[in-house]
Write a protein that binds this ligand. Structure first.
Ligand SMILES: Nc1ncnc2c1ncn2[C@@H]1O[C@H](COP(=O)(O)OP(=O)(O)OP(=O)(O)O)[C@@H](O)[C@H]1O
Ligand SMILES: [Mg+2]
Length: 250
């Protein structure tokens, strides 16, 4: 269970998240939507303990442990995974090297290299990525859509329990979007993780139906609903509908 309690976060003296609270129960899928610059990516970065952000107050409890008091390595070891809005390239480190190292940081058991390679190959096939992606440097020279799929390859290999997807749908062509959404659905059905989907559109949510949709405005949740809320936003936009009429907890 992820419980974010009264979290206030500043960057360069500006408050970005303002007494923000959100709970994701085990095995639940949440969508977080909101206009540009409302604090969605900031939330993910703070959960992963990015030092650029100052946690002024509040807690981020993951199965009872306060992530605000842990470093990023320890957070990753809790099996928390973030797919960033613009995945970074890491020169000189291949996917296989990075994933072998990450896995060995998370488990005491030795990695079976044959099983590891076979799993990577199978996932590449599922994501329609060439097999040589296994030995490509992480995201180096990859197109925008390939980077998103490459991050999903990492997700499948690391088997996280909490997954944060920050605009995984942006930059994907229509077919890739379906492929990625179905791959996520398959992952969910197999491992039943908690998932936080940040998106501006309905396309992904049509396939992986969220249990809950939250709307963020100025660093606070202002409306909460089910999947129909995402459809309403897609059709009418944020400005067009009256957030205060949607059971907000402002
Ligand atoms: N490291 C930083 N330095 C300065 N300002 C920052 C930093 N990180 C976030 N901000 C500011 O905080 C606000 C929220 O940014 P954030 O990236 O969380 O928005 P977002 O909701 O993800 O928007 P989008 O939908 O455009 O991705 C923005 O005004 C942004 O400029
Ligand atoms: Mg963002």
């Amino acid at each position: 269970m992820l419980e974010i309690k009264n979290l206030t976060v500043k960057v360069k003296e500006k408050v970005i998240l303002d007494n923000f609270s959100l709970t994701i129960n085990d095995h639940k899928i949440h969508a977080l939507m909101g206009q540009n610059g409302t604090g969605k990516s900031t939330l993910c970065r703070v959960i992963m303990h990015n030092d650029d952000y100052e946690v002024v107050s509040g807690q981020i409890l993951f199965n009872g442990k306060d992530l605000t008091k842990m470093d990023t390595t320890a957070i990753a070891q809790e099996k928390i995974f973030m797919l960033g809005q613009s995945p970074i390239a890491i020169e000189g480190v291949t996917n296989a090297e990075m994933l072998r190292t990450s896995l060995s940081e998370c488990t005491e058991e030795p990695i079976n290299i044959f099983a590891f390679n076979k799993k990577m190959e199978d996932i590449c096939q599922m994501l329609e990525l060439p097999i040589d992606f296994i030995h490509r440097e992480v995201n180096v020279g990859m197109s925008g859509g390939e980077r998103k799929k490459n991050e999903l390859l990492h997700m499948w290999m690391l088997e996280p329990k909490l997954i944060m997807l920050d605009e995984v749908d942006s930059g994907l062509d229509v077919d890739s979007l379906k492929l990625v959404a179905n791959s996520l659905k398959k992952y969910y059905e197999k491992y039943k993780p908690m998932i936080l989907i940040i998106t501006h559109h309905n396309n992904l949510l049509k396939i992986i139906k969220p249990d809950k949709v939250d709307i963020i405005k100025k660093g606070k949740i202002v409306a909460t609903g089910d999947y129909s809320l995402a459809k309403k936003i897609e059709n009418e936009g944020f400005k067009a509908f009256n957030i205060s009429g949607l059971g907000n907890n402002e």
